[in-house]
Design a protein around this ligand. Sequence first.
Ligand code: 13P
Length: 249
Amino acid sequence: MRKKLVAGNWKMHGGLQANAALLDQIADGLPGVACDVLVCVPFPYLSQVAERLVDSRVALGAQNVSEHAAGAFTGEVSAFMLAELGCSFVIVGHSERRALYGESDLVVAHKCQAVLAAGMQPVLCVGETLAEREAGETLAVVARQLHVVIDCVGVESFARMVVAYEPVWAIGTGLTASPAQAEAVHAAIRLQFAGLDSVVAEGLRILYGGSVKPQNALELFAQSNIDGGLIGGAALVADDFLAICRAAN
Ligand code: 13P
């Protein structure tokens, strides 16, 4: 039985005071939450959030990482640095990184490799654009995005990874994939892994992301291959985030 995971992706939002207030509110609501909980915050706030999460069951994650270990890469942040600051997860290959910063499948794969080498878990994001869905390419796109990473890190590494299916057209748009649409892709992802390693496939947590709200979380999380969520906008509102976490109970 896979334990559900609800991860908040704060994206480029926050501030010292707002973060502190949000984390306090989340901490207050945690006794009612049974699933694993993760918050992925902007780099400058990792230390602040790590400090506030000491002795809490909320895990800390980053939203991006360099594929390089060290060197002349101005503005980049290595996996080692993230691990040292207390991260246990790193979002890799978010569609915003792929679309706005040109991250290719191969770069995403190398980033996963760097995260694994530093002892953290990549939260590998995959998902199709609206044009790809309309062209009937959803499953092929997702399979290709996964295949490049599997080729690079090996299927066995997915025992220490999380996959997040985030249809690009559902991110921040208020359009959610229907539970059936999401479940179809999640089932296909698990099937892809089952063809390579049945134990890894059975244990792999596959999160859904894209306009998850308290109103739709319960039905999404009830699908047999949906193991939690990667939450954007609703992760910035403590009551909504906690309600989504409780939906995963
Ligand atoms: P929204 O929940 O705001 O649609 O964002 C989803 C997302 O991109 C999480 O990584």
